[in-house]
Structure formats: structure tokens, C-alpha cells
Design a protein around this ligand. Structure first.
Ligand code: 4AD
Length: 566
């Protein structure tokens, strides 16, 4: 009869009904397997087993014991092997770090010979002229790839990108080994055409013979790519707009933006329209009190301008046709989606005012100026390439643009089942003449038509105080909006009331005190004329041209409700 007490040293009990998890190897709480028994009690332990629960324990058979011992030995060997492997890996990593540290230490001793024969400093854009010549180029490390004896840098200087190669000693200095993207460097070397079959921006690369670090950029957690990448959330992207601007997409948009502004200036000059710069701080409203930003101006109420139109009108007798490219400000708080797509609190407003014209002349002028400006941008190969990259399907618009009267637009909306929300009931209802066409309905119609379109002749009660009424149809105005597919309205314009009495009526209708507008009213007193003008939202034009989902991408530092940083 075997001893069955749980504390018998060297004896351990197993049973098919026992448990390796909760058993303790005593006869009362046996383990389930011999392997577990040997693991707990040691390889020399005496293992007892029983065939049926409650039956008698007997020494475990030799072959079962042998099998369990073998499994145990195998496991022990495996564990040892794993431990050895882990230790060897740790050793290797420690050696690698030590090697790296030695390499960094060694690298500090490598001093590149400062070049005394200064080659010409060159912008990347001009490098084609310097093929096979030695140049000096400065810029930011846009992309970086380090191999054993080679460092590949794509350098960026705003005018373009340049592949540069640091080889041998040049890639082994301390600065080379600790180089990170967005650092600034100056590289000297020969501009060489890339070998056949290989591609590089400009078709050439800079084979460096000397370089130096101008401004380092962090590695690790603070590295540029850790701060901002494809996974970054919207608010992180907005907070880091200053870094976003270094990216290819944002920089291309800003380049095209500059090209568009310069193209408009060129086109206006060709049409003898003179540039003026009206004030941003004003004491009169133009487009209704609801969207005014008010501020205290030395104790008097003042506003950030909504539009420079009234000032442009005063320039006609002095300079003839005029335009300005000026910031306008709107405290708009409309539908969140539309606000996101097309409203900014501060936007670049391109406005023009033309004297002695008809309403038809005005619309023809608007489409001419836009088409000529687009053509001018496309004539610049760099801008044309950026535009193609951003908006591969872009086709320059065809003239004349579609023109649809407000009344016909209402018919279109009814026929195409585009409804409006009733203010009182919230129900979707058909439009009727006199309704404001909401932005959403306007967008739907524009997207369906798929071409630039003038919508004209809006009801008087929906429009600003200064708009001229249609002769013989006095409830409607000589006003127009230019609508573009995917964006909606990009231009708002009209003929202006030329007569003083009509203008005074306009002030009255809109509840505006005429006193602060004395200078605007004077235009009708001292030699009035038929005139008209328009305002174009530059960011909206860019959103259309570059197929951007939101105007926010088209502004350098966009402002919207709750966002005025950076
Ligand atoms: O239609 P709006 O309000 O017209 C005027 O301000 C006229 N006084 C202009 C004039 O006749 N000189 O604005 C003109 C254009 C719009 O078509 C739109 O493109 C843009 O300005 N715009 C905005 N762009 C971005 N964000 C906003 N919140 C905008 N509000 C208007």
C-alpha cells in the first residue's frame, strides 16, 4: 500500500480526472499528467497513478514514466535554446549600438575640406543651364535615404526638387549620420544628367563633392514625419499648417495660387484695369449686417471690410476701370458642411468695377477675365504640371458661359425635383419665384449641369441695397452669380444703381442710415454713369481649378469659426 499523504517528499499522484491547473499532486488533489508531476516534483520523483477515480494508486508504469521524462527533457532543452538565442540577440543589439556609437564618435573626426573656390549659388529651377557644371545649391532635406556609403537626399528650395548624392567620406560625417528630413543643407557638386532608364526631378542629379549642414532637424519622436503624417487628425493638421505647407500638395496649391493672382494682374493690365488697394478697416457695410466683424476703432464702431466694392466705385472717376485683390471678412455661421467646403472667415477677394458698361458687357468681361487668367496659368509649364497633378481631368472652360435667368432656374429646380426646406414646417417643398435659392440647391443644379453658369436677374428683396433694377421689370435686379461645378458660386456681381433717388430708396429698403455713406452717394451727385462690378472668391476659384474639396486647402492660413491659429 503506497503512502498517500500530500506532503510525502518525492511522491506525487496523478489521475485522468485530476488537474494540472488546480491539482497540487497530493493523492486527494492529483495532477492529470505525468509531465506536470515531474515538472513540479522533479525528474527523480516517484509518480503514482490510478486507473479509476477512488481506486488505488500504483507506481506509474516504466514506459509512461520514460515518455514523460523525455518530454520534460525536450522542453528543458527548448527553453535553454530560447534563452541562449535571446541572450545572443541582446548581445548582438548591444554590439550594434556600441558600433553605432563608435561610428558616430569616429564620424566626429571626419572633417570635410571647406571649399574655397565658391561655385555660383543656384536655385534648383535654373539647374538645367548648369548641366555638367559645378554648382552650390541650398535647401531643405525633403526626402532622405541612407545606405552604407551613400546618402540620397531630395533637396527642396521652393523652386523645385533636386536629387543629390553624398558618397564616401561625405556620407560618413557626424552631420551625415545624424541628418534628418527638413534640415537645411548647402551642397556643392556637379550637375549630372541621370543615367538612361533612371528618373529624377529635372532629369539630373547633384553628385556632391562637398556639403555642409546649415540647420539641423530633429530625429525620433520630434521628427517631422512623427509630428505630421497621413494618419494625423484634422485638428493636428490645422495646428501644424506651418509644417503642412512644406508638403508637395500644399506647396503646389500655393504656387498655383500665386500664379493665378499674377495671371489676373496681367490680364487686368492688358484690359487697362488699374489696381488699387482700398482699406480693410471700414465704417460702412456692403453685404448686410449679419456677417460683419465689428471692432472698436479709437472708441468708434468699425468693421473689417466685407467687400471693397464701394471704394472701387469711388475710383472710377479718378482712374477709370479698377480692381483690387484684398482680404474680405465674413462672420458666416451657415450650414456646417457648406461652411467647411466654401466659407472662410477671411478670404482673398478679387473685385473689379467697370464704368460705362451694360449688364451684358459685365458678364462677358467676367468670363473673359477668368478664361484669360486660366490660359495664362496654363502657359507656365511648371504651373501647368502642378495643375495636372492636382486635377488631372481639368479642361479649360469654353466661352460663352451658360446664362440662366433666376426665373428659369426656379423652373429647373421644380422640373428636377430639387427642393428647399420650408422655414416654418421644416418640410421639403418646391421653390417658387421670390425664394432665395439655398446654397445646397444651387450646388446640386450646378453639379448636374457640369459647366460654368451665370445665374442672373435675382429678385430685388434678396439682394444688396446698391443693385440696379432691371428696367421694366423692377422687382428684379441686374445681378449675377457665376456658378462652377463642384464648388458653386465663385463670383457675385451686378450693375449698380446710377441715380441718387434710387440709391436713397435702396438704403431705406435695407434699413441703412445713409449718413456714413455720404461719400458713396456723392458718386451719383458728381457725374454718375452706368457701371457695374463683381467680386470673385480666390479660394473658391482655386477649389474649382484644382479640384479641392474645401476652400481651406486653398488659403495660406485659413480662418474659420473657432480657428485663427497659426
Ligand atoms: O457675393 P458676394 O457677397 O459679393 C460681394 O461682396 C460684392 N460686393 C462683390 C462686388 O460686386 N464687388 O461675394 C463675392 C464672392 C462670392 O461669389 C464668393 O466667391 C466669395 O466672394 N465669398 C467667399 N469666399 C470664401 N468665404 C466666404 N465666406 C465668402 N463669402 C463670399
Amino acid at each position: 500500500m503506497p503512502d498517500t499523504t500530500a506532503d510525502s517528499v518525492g511522491k506525487v499522484y496523478i489521475d485522468d480526472q485530476g488537474s494540472d491547473e488546480v491539482g497540487d499532486g497530493s493523492a486527494e488533489r492529483p495532477f492529470q499528467t505525468a509531465f506536470r508531476a515531474l515538472t513540479v516534483a522533479g525528474i527523480q520523483a516517484n509518480v503514482f497513478a490510478r486507473k479509476t477515480p477512488g481506486g488505488e494508486y500504483e507506481p506509474l508504469g516504466t514506459s509512461a514514466l520514460k515518455k514523460a521524462k523525455k518530454t520534460m527533457e525536450l522542453n528543458e532543452r527548448k527553453a535553454k535554446k530560447n534563452e541562449d538565442q535571446k541572450a545572443s540577440k541582446e548581445k548582438e543589439e548591444a554590439e550594434r549600438l556600441a558600433r553605432e556609437a563608435r561610428r558616430i564618435e569616429e564620424s566626429k573626426k571626419i572633417v570635410l575640406e571647406e571649399d574655397t573656390s565658391l561655385p555660383p549659388a543656384t536655385k534648383i529651377q535654373e539647374l538645367t543651364k548648369f548641366r555638367s557644371k559645378r554648382v552650390r545649391v541650398s535647401g531643405w532635406v525633403h526626402r532622405l535615404r541612407q545606405q552604407k556609403e551613400l546618402t540620397f537626399i531630395v533637396l527642396r528650395d521652393g523652386t523645385g526638387f533636386l536629387q543629390s548624392i553624398l558618397a564616401g567620406k561625405l556620407s560618413q560625417t557626424y552631420d551625415a549620420l545624424t541628418l534628418a528630413t527638413e534640415a537645411t543643407v548647402e551642397i556643392y557638386g556637379i550637375i549630372s544628367e541621370v543615367p538612361e532608364g533612371k528618373t529624377a526631378p529635372g532629369g539630373h542629379e547633384l553628385i556632391a563633392d562637398y556639403w555642409r549642414l546649415l540647420g539641423a532637424s530633429p530625429q525620433g519622436d520630434d521628427a517631422f514625419s512623427s509630428k505630421l503624417n497621413a494618419e494625423s487628425e484634422g485638428s493636428v493638421v490645422a495646428d501644424n499648417r506651418h509644417l503642412v505647407l512644406r508638403g508637395e500638395v500644399a506647396a503646389s496649391i500655393m504656387h498655383v495660387r500665386a500664379g493665378v493672382l499674377s495671371a489676373f494682374r496681367k490680364v487686368f493690365e492688358a484690359h487697362s484695369v488699374v489696381e488699387v488697394t482700398p482699406p480693410c478697416m471700414v465704417q460702412t457695410q456692403v453685404e448686410g449686417g449679419a456677417t460683419l466683424f465689428k471692432f472698436d476703432y479709437y472708441g468708434e464702431p468699425a468693421f473689417l471690410t466685407q467687400s471693397s466694392q464701394l471704394y472701387l466705385e469711388t475710383c472710377l472717376p479718378s482712374l477709370g476701370d479698377v480692381y483690387c485683390i484684398q482680404e474680405s471678412f465674413r462672420a458666416e455661421n451657415s450650414d456646417a458642411y457648406l461652411t467647411f467646403c466654401r466659407h472662410l472667415s477671411e478670404y482673398t477677394h478679387l473685385e473689379a468695377e467697370l464704368a460705362f458698361i451694360t449688364f451684358d458687357d459685365l458678364m462677358t468681361h467676367i468670363e473673359t477675365v477668368i478664361c484669360e487668367a486660366v490660359d495664362t496659368v496654363l502657359e507656365n509649364p511648371r504651373l501647368a504640371a502642378m495643375l495636372k497633378q492636382l486635377h488631372p481631368k481639368f479642361q479649360p472652360p469654353k466661352r460663352p458661359f451658360l446664362r440662366m435667368s433666376y426665373r428659369d432656374a426656379i423652373k429647373y429646380l421644380i422640373e428636377h425635383d430639387i427642393k428647399r426646406k420650408d422655414d416654418d414646417t421644416g418640410e421639403l417643398v418646391d421653390h417658387v419665384v421670390g425664394d432665395d435659392i439655398a446654397e445646397a440647391a444651387e450646388r446640386q443644379m450646378t453639379d448636374q449641369l457640369g459647366v460654368p453658369m451665370f445665374l442672373h436677374g435675382f429678385p430685388k428683396h434678396l439682394k444688396a441695397f446698391y443693385m440696379k433694377k432691371i428696367p421694366g421689370d423692377e422687382e428684379f435686379t441686374e445681378s449675377c452669380d457665376l456658378l462652377m461645378p463642384n464648388v458653386g458660386e465663385i463670383v457675385g456681381g451686378s450693375m449698380r444703381i446710377p441715380g441718387i433717388d434710387d440709391l436713397l430708396d435702396g438704403y431705406k429698403r435695407e434699413g441703412i442710415d445713409p449718413a456714413p455713406y455720404y461719400w458713396f452717394t456723392d458718386q451719383r451727385k458728381y457725374g454718375t454713369c452706368e457701371h457695374g462690378g463683381y467680386g470673385l472668391g480666390v479660394e473658391r476659384l482655386l477649389a474649382w481649378l484644382l479640384n479641392r474639396y474645401t476652400v481651406r486647402e486653398c488659403s495660406l492660413y485659413p480662418r474659420w469659426p473657432g480657428r485663427a491659429t497659426p
